[in-house]
Design a binder for this molecule. Structure first.
Ligand SMILES: NC(=O)C1=CN([C@@H]2O[C@H](COP(=O)(O)OP(=O)(O)OC[C@H]3O[C@@H](n4cnc5c(N)ncnc54)[C@H](OP(=O)(O)O)[C@@H]3O)[C@@H](O)[C@H]2O)C=CC1
Ligand SMILES: CC[C@H]1OC(C)=C(O)C1=O
Length: 322
């Protein structure tokens, strides 16, 4: 690959929004958008695949204007691609490296204005890791934000071997990672998770010992109580009724009522965390979950958002840059 400065274009294709609203209304394809400038501690990435996350459409709707970056903005946090150029302070990554990561260190604190739904993006070296050798770019792109949120939340609850956990929203991008990490990395003795009827077998395949069909049972009415509850659906007022004395409830829904003793957090992206988990991804103990209807071409980005906005995506929703 010719990575000389002259071979890197100054303009690119990018999906951009200049006003707040629904993606289908405000997201426009710009074929002449500025390739982001590289800072000393950053690398320039040729995007091969990018994953969509709920934060992308929530920002577009204007839900976080108080801490968001100014418009126009290219959405997208998760990327898998190839390093084209490195800044002078980059220590480890080099041109040609196949990398993946979440390009925004503080999830809602001034995310980058030039995100991953474009031909090129930039990220600080410490937010990236080498792509796991056994994963393709599409699979790798599905991982960073979801696994980072799952891992950080489980760390904050001090989940440890022998403890039990209930995962609310087990079939989602974050939930599918929480189940796997809880069982195969944190050593939980009992993993329960909720989903609708059609996704119960998926939960069990990921490591859930008990899959609860929320269309039939209210988890808080079941006799079993848990040491930890990971709430990925914003139902902390119900979750606190299912916790053991002294147990922990973590929720990732950043807005709305928070029932005591539940707590919430916004993830911090970390390349080091990905490098730690690469071992579990490469030995197959933790796997990316790809929605069978969730892979779209770059040109279909608005359709990808429409699918994500249904709230029914299983695992992650993507797009591949072509
Ligand atoms: N604080 C933070 O740092 C972060 C916050 N978030 C937030 O967390 C939430 C989850 O994100 P993510 O996993 O990507 O979302 P997804 O879009 O991947 O979640 C979709 C899944 O949610 C499941 N679901 C929906 N309603 C329920 C319910 N009542 N009970 C059980 N499962 C349900 C669906 O399963 P089914 O079809 O069976 O209902 C579906 O598979 C979002 O609100 C997101 O904004 C995400 C990442 C980081
Ligand atoms: C990255 C920010 C985090 O906060 C919300 C609401 C999400 O959906 C996130 O991913």
């Amino acid at each position: 690959m010719d990575n000389t400065a002259s071979s890197i274009p100054s303009k690119m294709k990018a999906w951009v929004y200049s006003e707040h609203g629904k993606p289908v209304d405000v997201l426009k394809l710009d074929s002449n958008y500025d390739v982001p400038q590289l800072k000393e501690d950053q690398v320039l990435i040729k995007v091969v695949a990018a994953a969509l996350n709920p934060v992308d459409f929530k920002r577009m709707l204007g839900m976080f204007v108080h801490s968001d970056s100014p418009l126009p903005s290219v959405p997208g946090y998760d990327v898998a691609g190839v390093v084209l150029k490195v800044g002078s302070q980059v220590r480890t990554l080099k041109e040609g490296d196949e990398v993946y990561g979440n390009i925004n260190e503080k999830g809602l604190d001034r995310p980058k204005r030039s995100g991953t739904l474009a031909e090129y993006t930039v990220a600080e070296e410490n937010l990236l890791a080498l792509k796991p050798k056994n994963l393709g770019f599409i699979e790798a792109a599905a991982i960073p934000l979801a696994i980072g949120t799952a891992y950080e939340g489980l760390q904050k609850t001090a989940l440890s071997p022998g403890k039990s956990i209930l995962v609310l929203g087990g079939a989602g991008g974050v939930g599918t990672m929480v189940i796997q990490l809880a069982k195969h990395v944190f050593g939980a003795s009992k993993v329960a998770a909720t989903s609708s009827s059609a996704k119960l077998e998926l939960l069990k395949s990921l490591g859930a010992d008990l899959a609860i069909d929320y269309t039939k049972d209210n988890f808080e009415d079941l006799p079993e109580k848990f040491d930890v509850i990971y709430d990925a659906i914003g139902q902390s007022e119900r979750a606190v009724k299912a916790i053991k004395e002294g147990g922990k409830v973590v929720t990732i829904e950043p807005v709305g009522e928070l029932a005591e003793p539940a707590f919430r957090f916004i993830l911090t992206s970390s390349g080091a965390m990905l490098e730690t988990l690469n071992a579990f991804l490469e030995n197959g103990k933790v796997k990316p979950v790809i929605d069978p209807r969730g892979t779209f071409a770059f040109s279909q980005t608005p359709q990808a958002f429409s699918y994500l906005e249904t709230g029914r995506v299983t695992g992650a929703c993507f797009k591949v840059y072509m």
